[in-house]
Design a protein. Sequence first.
Length: 238
Amino acid sequence: MITIYLVVAIASAFSLLKYNYATSAKNKELQNRILEAQLKLKEQELQYLKMQIHPHFLFNTLNTIYGLSLANNPSTPEMILQLSNLLDYILYQTKKPLVRLEDEVKHIQNYIELEMKRFQEDLKIEFHCEPIPEKIKIAPMLLLPFVENSFKHGKGNDGKLKISIHIKLEEEYLKFEIINSVSESTENSETEGIGLDNIKRRLNILYEKDYELKLENDSEFFQAKLILNTSKLPTDVK
């Protein structure tokens, strides 16, 4: 009887262990599938957010180029080339998980030059960027949407748009600040725009706690300050 009980107990224990192992394996496989699905959804969301440059910029720039071409303006070919380079960066280069910060800044300058040709005397802009080492990289399209937002929603009480942009690197920390004039009639939600909601979402996904973003809005100016730890890799390249 003791032998029978021992055999039954050993067989039961073996069956229980086998069942637990199979259940654990199934649970692990299910968790892996859930994580894989979450990663795919996050990747799709990031791709969507990267593409959130407003169509109004493209349409307005094309209208400006069309007007310059009608007047046989000699700057028309240069403007077409600048637009082509910017679109190449937005549509193709941003598919990379990381880009050189130097390239992001270069395309910000390209964007500003296009807008300067469009606004002409109605724009007063100050741009300052300290030298950036080639090795410094960030997730693409993190800074350009701030600049685009300033041009889209900025407006001065005198009808002129004033923008100030400062970019510098202190050790591994990127410090980006942009200020644009606003009119008294501009509402807070209109000043910040959907673009900033998208960039905040991207920062939360990519850098989690490795960044600090401050937005300030009053009756005359809107200001955005971003501090980013460039030594921390975004979550999609870890």
